[in-house]
Design a protein around this ligand. Structure first.
Ligand SMILES: [Zn+2]
Length: 289
């Protein structure tokens, strides 16, 4: 885990097995963005938050419902949990047993003795759902929490306008393939346009190193290209299965050795999802004419 101070009292931790996490320390509160996926890492982060936050009351924002952002919430200091309503719905219906099963699938051997670490897991259901957007005013800081649909219907951004720092969840990932298995690719591209319209100086992506506004374009290009390749297959009459075979993993981002199978599965889910999206909109268009 690398912890970086991206602005005064604004920290980002990267290099975790799951998603990146953040901590905003205002004069009054500790605002946490996402939870480390692996309990050992979540506990280490929790100790760091307690050390730096010195018993400040906490808010915890889950930027989407995927377990690599939400699973570790139970190991963080207690706080008011903020997430999109779709995250609330997902977590409310998630049993501990199926969370453990999913977590083991996600980890695929990257976290040692994960099953043993998860014996005291509990699912933390969010208590506050912000709708399209809300601002949190704390210790003189303005913290905007707003909907960035696309990667999932539940994706949120956390933005500090005074510092130009954006925690954008998986709307942007840096140096790795994005996962579109629960996505709406058009909404995702619109959310990237929205980020572009902000005066962002620092972007803390959902995965990969912290960067600046230069992280936006590769995501837009990746998604637009993926979408275009899939659409071409669809228009040429290929089935979903054929499309998966034809749209080979893009070489936009490196594939870590040993992770080829995992990545192939993720990309398959992404291609299938976007194929269905394109097919749905083509059917709608046909019904209209
Ligand atoms: Zn996600």
């Amino acid at each position: 885990m690398q912890v970086l101070e991206v602005a005064p009292c604004v920290l980002a931790a990267t290099g975790l097995i799951g998603a990146n996490v953040g901590l905003i320390l205002t004069g009054e509160h500790a605002v946490l963005v996402d939870a480390p996926f692996v309990p050992g890492e979540a506990r280490a982060w929790s100790r760091e938050v307690e050390r730096l936050g010195r018993a400040r009351p906490c808010y915890i924002v889950n930027t989407d419902y995927h377990l690599d952002h939400t699973l570790g919430t139970c190991y963080l200091p207690r706080g008011l949990v903020i997430a999109h309503e779709a995250t609330w719905k997902y977590l409310r219906n998630l049993s501990v047993e199926s969370a453990i099963q999913k977590a083991l699938e996600i980890a695929e051997g990257r976290a040692e003795d994960l099953a043993a670490q998860l014996t005291d897991l509990s699912i933390v259901t969010p208590q506050l759902t912000p709708g399209k957007s809300m601002s949190l005013w704390s210790g003189g800081e303005q913290i905007d929490i707003f909907h960035l649909p696309g990667h999932t219907a539940a994706t949120l951004g956390v933005y500090l306008p005074a510092h130009g720092v954006l925690f954008c969840g998986d709307t942007i990932v840096n140096g790795c393939h994005p996962y579109a298995g629960d996505a709406d690719s058009l909404q995702w591209l619109e959310s990237l346009d929205l980020i572009r319209s902000l005066d962002v100086k620092t972007i803390v992506p959902g995965h990969g190193p912290v960067g600046g506004p230069e992280l936006i374009r590769p995501m837009q290009e990746y998604l637009a290209e993926l979408r275009q390749r899939i659409e071409e297959c669809f228009l040429a009459g290929h089935t979903r299965r054929e499309t998966v075979e034809r749209v080979r993993p893009l070489d936009a981002f490196p594939v870590p050795s040993g992770e080829e199978d995992r990545l192939r599965r993720l990309l398959r889910a992404s291609v299938e999802r976007i194929y269905d999206e394109i097919k749905r909109s083509a059917t709608r268009d046909r019904q209209r004419t």
